[in-house]
Design a protein around this ligand. Sequence first.
Ligand code: NAD
Length: 318
Amino acid sequence: LPNSVGFIGLGLMGKPMVVNLAKKLPPGARIHVHDVVTAVVDELCASYPDRIIRCTSAREVTEKSDVILTMLPEGSHVKSVYLDPTTGILPGLLSSPSESQTGGKLVIDSSTIDTATSQHVSSLLASSSPSTTFYDAPVSGGVLGAVNGTIAFFLGASRHDANLPRLLPLLDLMGGKTIPCGGPTLGLAAKLSNNYLSGIITIATSEAMDMGMRAGIDADVLASVFAAGTAQNAICDTFNPVPRVCPAAPSSHGYVGGFRVQLMRKDMGLAVDMARRVGSRNVLGAGGLGVYAAASEAADCRDLDSRVVFRYIGGNEE
Ligand code: NAD
């Protein structure tokens, strides 16, 4: 495990991932962190004063760390954090005093972004700092998974990647599983395929629940019918969009928390773009994207968990 880990982007996902690192890294290891929101940095440094060290830029984090992770909202943030000529990761790699004993630095982007931006950043890093290796490693499992350390990493690397012995033990401190997806950008391609499927299942489950309930079937009975039959799926079983079917799900708490509907809109848009680019016929994509775009704008849905689609289609929440 590295003695010095860097982490940039301490939001809903990044912060609990850093907390897991702080709890589980061996004694003596340090975590260098940066976020534009200083309150979250203050809070983490106060909770783990011997472990977590504040940095004023991504560049400083990079200079002080052997392995650097980023967890940022969108491609535009990733570009600026990596490529800013004065404060970015790239100038930090170029001004780093010396390579660690174990080889070049590893840089891991866990943000869900488009593959083109990831490829662009990766090739600039490779040409300017050949000893550095960049990986896309988006995650799935939500905020609860990040808190519990059970998220899955979809790693843009082959099963035979020479750096896996350095990467896997570190990722295991934050997640339950890492799946090497074949090569660069394929972690992102896997993540976008996954979120396309779960986004469409969310809409279909909301519509099917509404249909059956309006026909007179009790919501719990309907959910157990789907669970027993060919419609069985994780949204129905764990994140049912109908309030009170799953007591722990965001839908049972006013759709607060969970995966924001705007993030699902972003991911559906990225998935539809990817389908077009790779020549995959995508009959449900436009409709799905339309639903999440409209729900993201609706006053009673925006900022809430994406399963608020049930409310958006006029489902009965009583
Ligand atoms: P978030 O908005 O809560 O956190 C992002 C953090 O990045 C914020 O703290 C923000 O201040 C920081 N940031 C933005 N620009 C910065 C900059 N220039 N320098 C330093 N810090 C900067 O987002 P999140 O929910 O943590 O999601 C992060 C990524 O993970 C997104 O791509 C999202 O799609 C993906 N994701 C989210 C979930 C989820 O359930 N929230 C699940 C899986 C994947």
